[in-house]
Design a binder for this molecule. Sequence first.
Ligand code: ASP
Length: 468
Amino acid sequence: MVSCEGNSLTVAKRGPWRDRWVSWGSVVALFAGVAVGQWLHSNGGSAEGWAAAGDLILIRPLMLVVMPLVLVSVITGVTSIGSPSRLGLLGGAAIVYYTATMIVACTLGAFLVTWVDPGGGVSPEVAKDLLAEGSSALSSNPSLAPRIQSGEAEGLSGAWLNIIRQVVPGNPFAEMANGRPLGIIGFALLIGAALAVACDRIPAARMARDAINGVYEALLVAVQWIIVLLPIGAFCLVVSTVARTGLTEFSGPIAKYMGVVVLGLLTHALIVLPIVARVGGVGRPWQFMYRCRAALGTAFVTSSSSATLPVTLEAGVEAGASRRATNFVCPLGSTVNMDGTALYEAVAVVFLFQFMGIELGMQELVVVVVTATLAAIGAASIPSAGLVTMVLVIGAVNTSLADPSKALPLGAIGLILGVDRILDMLRTSVNVWGDLVGARMLTPLAPDDDASSQSVPAAHAGTDAAAA
Ligand code: ASP
């Protein structure tokens, strides 16, 4: 499959079988996983073994390559863009794109949840009972409770300070070991820019750049191998999620709340982002979406933009974004650009207030939109991160309320705990879709020249042909 002649790495053309297996295998895995998971749920079967198998087959192999890939993809992106002014233009455009689309997503979520009012009409007694149940579910959750408490203690300004500290890391190896991509991106931007300058003057620097390009290409080959595991991993992860939550358990306000989140996410993904893409010069946005299906499917089953990043980088280039734009926009976007999470947090917070009988006014809704955007930027790209940073939005709305006795207790988050994983699957796909649209839209600012588009052409040729 791979041949190394002298110094040049040549990746053999992939046959279309791989794409068929990944695409159709994942669809079959999804339906089969739902059926098996529901059967286990109804018969009291355990989800643990399936979760462990999915973790071992898909999530761990992806996590294995993600940190090295963030490092080398950003370095290759920056060195190939070269000029600091082009880099600044691309970086500025990416930040404007990320922020604008997240604000639109939050506003859409806040509008839908206020309009549908899924939490309205619940009697105070029922709300009180359910709140007590939710609080105890939350406090007995060993992985979430401490994260939520520390998020509350940190507050919005503390969370932001933390992000800024991460961007300028003291020790890049520690960031890598702790799986914090922002620090690695900060380090890679610095090294990439320095290498671009050094390459003009020092021959040895060119060797270092070529070596990093080689590592990047080798990592992409590894990603191609890992993607073959997608249908099997997806099956295990879907079985474990459905076995845990079941499909028919939800009714009343929680079912309506789920409906609003799903409606908002689908509207944003299928209507808003394609319109943004079209206005931004991307022809046939739905076709682009179809060609990105491997990344969207991986995000759906892993609920982690970070674990999905290796697939995102490959899918973006296969679907028509330039390698330079993809290598810059997607790693950064996977940690800061979270349209789905922003929309979800806005809907969830307004819903919880409605549930407790508190209708938020225009001023509080603006607080929700602004803080949900900031909280989503600060959310880690791992499962349930949006649930944790939601405390920041609740805290901000509580302090903006004229009547402090109406403040929402954090235990209310427990009400939506049971349905979080299912919604996480969809919002993570929307997060990744937002990154890919950004990469495609910003491609004219960082097009591949002949040399860079030739560097890994064969790795992508097979899928392009199959997807066309
Ligand atoms: N799971 C999401 C992601 O990785 C973050 C979240 O909303 O929880 O993109």
